[in-house]
Design a protein around this ligand. Structure first.
Ligand code: FES
Length: 103
C-alpha cells in the first residue's frame, strides 16, 4: 500500500472500550467521516486521500475536530456541510480553510 498524500483524522469520540461517547460523536462526526468517504470516492481520490476516525483530541469545546496531515492543520466546529469546502480548497488546491482552522 502506498502512503496517502493526505490523511484526515476525524474525532468520533471513540473510546478504548469500543464505545463512542463524547462531544464530537454527539455532533455528527460519524456523518462527517461518511461524507469524507463519499468525497474521496466521488473525486476519485482513493489511494491519495485516507480518513481515520479517532478518539478525543482533548479540545472537545472546539469540536467536531478534523486534522489534516501532512500539514497538521486542525479544523474545529466542522459540520458535514464544510467537508466539500475542505476538499475543494485544502485537499485539491492546497489552501487551508482559514475560517475553520484552530490556531
Ligand atoms: S470528543 Fe472530540 S475532541 Fe474531545
Amino acid at each position: 500500500m502506498q502512503k496517502p498524500k493526505y490523511h484526515l483524522f476525524v474525532c468520533t469520540s471513540s473510546r478504548i472500550n469500543g464505545m463512542q461517547k463524547g462531544y464530537c460523536f454527539s455532533n455528527d462526526s460519524v456523518k462527517i467521516v461518511n461524507k469524507i468517504m463519499e468525497e474521496i470516492e466521488d473525486r476519485d481520490l482513493e489511494g491519495e486521500v485516507m480518513v481515520t476516525n479517532t478518539g478525543c483530541f482533548g479540545i472537545c469545546n472546539r469540536g467536531p475536530i478534523v486534522v489534516v496531515y501532512p500539514e497538521g492543520v486542525w479544523y474545529g466546529a466542522v459540520t458535514v456541510n464544510d467537508v466539500e469546502e475542505i476538499f475543494d480548497s485544502h485537499i485539491e488546491n492546497g489552501q487551508k480553510v482559514e475560517r475553520l482552522e484552530i490556531k
